[in-house]
Design a protein around this ligand. Structure first.
Ligand SMILES: C[S@@+](CC[C@H](N)C(=O)[O-])C[C@H]1O[C@@H](n2cnc3c(N)ncnc32)[C@H](O)[C@@H]1O
Length: 218
């Protein structure tokens, strides 16, 4: 008997397979920290990186934003598009199937950029150059626009995927890695936010999420 380690599937196949396992994976509600951080901002153009089934993009559109949602999974984007139709905001959202590892913000010389570029839980058990993507995301933000990154700090002990090693950066570490302040950005939020989640056996666990919101200078 030969013991060949299984090659991980390419990211698009992994995520399409992940979404196909269930008719709906996420709740359909927007992420609470997106709502917290965006409520009160004047709506404009927004780019949602790794938008999944589109709940955040749809929420943004319902609140007056003109949104582009990018994801690697065509399966997730089909659901996102249906969600936008159900919410009556399909004219406000553009869905783009793309691998963010190869994505670059459009020509910064000719493009005014987005008023908001956000990434909620842009994590993957497959290859994902998150820091590089977030660096590029900075270039996609318009002058005076905002970058919002919401992510995991802790992972549930019952998760089928191991917690990343080394651990994911805190919001403050991420801000430093992106050199936001050195590039003239103003840090508006950089903190862990505890969230109580229920495990498969009904156990309650407090997990921290990270939220980073920064505003680009002129
Ligand atoms: C944990 S899910 C989060 C989805 C959504 N933002 C949310 O909060 O519900 C991560 C998402 O990132 C997408 N993704 C992973 N790697 C990607 C890549 N290289 N390019 C584009 N999207 C990717 C996945 O398809 C998935 O929808």
């Amino acid at each position: 008997m030969h013991d060949h380690p299984t090659e991980p599937p390419p990211p698009d196949q992994f995520w399409d397979g992940f979404y196909r396992e269930r008719d709906q994976v996420w709740s359909g509600s927007p992420n609470a920290l997106l709502v917290r951080e965006v409520t009160g901002l004047a709506p404009g153009t927004a780019l949602d990186l790794g938008c999944g089934e589109g709940a955040d993009a749809v929420w943004l559109a319902r609140h007056g934003w003109q949104v582009t949602g990018i994801d690697i999974s065509a399966v997730a984007l089909e659901r996102a598009a249906a969600h936008a139709v159900d919410a009556g905001v399909e004219h406000l959202v553009t869905w783009v199937q793309a691998d963010l590892a190869a994505w670059a913000a459009t020509d910064p010389g000719s493009d005014p950029g987005y008023d908001l570029v956000c990434a909620q839980f842009l994590h993957s058990p497959t290859e994902l150059p998150r820091d590089r993507i977030l660096h590029r995301a900075m270039a996609a933000v318009a002058p005076r626009g905002r970058l919002l990154v919401v992510g995991h700090q802790d992972f549930p002990p019952w998760s089928s995927h191991p917690a990343p090693e080394p651990p994911l950066p805190t919001a403050v570490e991420l801000a430093a890695a992106l050199q936001l302040e050195a590039h003239g950005w103003m840090l508006e939020t950089a903190e862990p936010v505890p969230r109580t989640v229920e495990g498969p056996q009904g156990q309650l666990v407090v997990l921290n999420d990270n939220v980073l919101r920064a505003r680009r200078g002129v």
